[in-house]
Ligand binder design. Structure first.
Ligand code: NAD
Ligand code: TYD
Length: 358
């Protein structure tokens, strides 16, 4: 197994944290420099429980990807074998209420990171094995009707400022491959869930509201469909893409677990009912409230993951229902973490986003 030094951006967020922790156990010769601005979504406490590591395989750098001075310093001090680029503003509802930071981080930040990577790659003789892995989303493809799947050649058609900014960053990454031959790869993944997800997204928000017997806000008619993937399966796919993926290619990653939002919420309600042994049947479902829909709300996402399965031999290892239950367990057992991330900023967000939907 070859030694690698990775620059992971956004490694203190949800997927980044899971990726860093997964790599530390699954690839014992890899080292990680984790660059993260620690916005509301990033949290260093995610690594507190890791055993002290004399080899210092995980080092943290606090800073923003659009800070070209910082990038220059970092790329002068370290030589990277791969950039794994997670850093982003990632929440659709926030992009509707305040799109500017999405353009700043997702578009301008990705551009600056590409520039710094290109400069280092050229100065090191255009190393053949270097990789710029850009983590993107299926939301760039827009919305599906009741039929069909997103493939790697589905035209881009983003609906929200979030997905438009991710689409913009994808285009920049493609351009750096085509124009400058930077060995870049893009992955477009479906909705993730699992430990360390910030409780603004559907699944952790519903889990916490269920724990506290608060109302469960379902947008619109609740029949929008998402294709759910357990975050560890995503991390496995990313390792595979880093090791075997072909520069210039895009790989779609999906869980093959399409569910309507209301089905997910009902399932969580039933999980809580059976755990708490609530005497009335389906007691938790009484907490469901159908609230004003999200503007531009995409109806259905579904990934055709046959390319990554065929070419890299990846498919998800976790079953949706079992992984959902494990996720509930994680939140129930990690309320210290929850309290830590539910800062004043979080409370303000809940007030703004849900206050308007009543
Ligand atoms: P997240 O919001 O949980 O984490 C984002 C991280 O990036 C945080 O740690 C934050 O502090 C950091 N960050 C934000 N702006 C930064 C900046 N300017 N410079 C440096 N760091 C900054 O997001 P996530 O859910 O972990 O998503 C990670 C990536 O995966 C994103 O690019 C997202 O578009 C993509 N993605 C997410 C999903 C999903 O379901 N969560 C699905 C597909 C793709
Ligand atoms: P979300 O977790 O925000 O992910 P994305 O918008 O990137 O798919 O939302 C998942 C789905 O759940 C989406 O269709 C919107 C819906 N949703 C609700 O119904 N209520 C909520 O409170 C939230 C946060 C999302």
């Amino acid at each position: 197994m070859s030694t690698k030094t990775l620059l992971v951006t956004g490694g203190a967020g949800f997927i980044g944290t899971n990726f860093v922790r997964h790599v530390l156990t699954e690839r014992p010769t890899w080292c990680i420099i984790n660059l993260d601005a620690l916005t509301y979504a990033g949290n260093l406490a995610n690594f507190q429980d890791l055993a002290p590591d004399p080899a210092a395989r995980h080092q943290f750098v606090h800073g923003a990807i659009q800070d070209s001075g910082l990038l220059e310093q970092l790329f002068t001090e370290e030589s990277f074998d791969a950039i794994v680029h997670f850093a982003a503003e990632s929440h659709v509802d926030r992009s509707i209420l305040g799109p500017e930071s999405f353009v700043e981080t997702n578009v301008v930040g990705t551009f600056r990171l590409l520039e710094a990577s290109l400069k280092q790659w050229r100065s090191r003789g255009k190393l053949e094995n270097f990789r710029f892995l850009h983590i993107s989303t299926d939301e760039v493809y827009g919305s599906l009707g009741s039929e069909g799947y997103f493939t790697e050649s589905t035209p881009y058609d983003p609906s929200s400022p979030y997905s438009a900014s991710k689409a913009g960053s994808d285009h920049l990454v493609k351009a750096y491959f085509r124009t400058f031959a930077l060995p870049a790869i893009i992955t477009n993944c479906s909705n993730n869930f699992g430990p360390y997800q910030f409780p603004e997204k559907l699944i952790p928000l519903m889990i916490l509201n269920l724990m506290e017997e608060k109302s469960l806000p379902v947008y619109g008619d609740g029949k929008n469909v998402r294709d759910w993937l357990y975050v560890i399966d995503h991390c496995d796919a990313l390792i595979r893409v880093l090791e075997q993926g072909k520069p210039g290619e895009t790989y779609n990653i999906g869980g093959g677990a399409e569910r309507q939002n209301i089905e997910v919420v009902n399932l969580l309600c039933d999980l809580f009912d059976s755990r708490l042994d609530r005497s009335t049947k389906k007691a938790s479902r009484r907490l469901i409230r159908f609230v004003t829909d999200r503007p531009g709300h995409d109806r259905r996402y579904a990934i055709d993951a046959s390319k990554i399965r065929r070419e890299l031999g990846w498919s998800p290892a976790h079953n949706f229902e079992e992984a959902l239950e494990a996720t509930v367990d994680w939140y129930v057992n990690n309320m210290d973490w929850v309290e830590l991330v539910r800062s004043g900023e979080y409370r303000k967000w809940i007030e703004i986003n849900y206050g308007e939907r009543e």
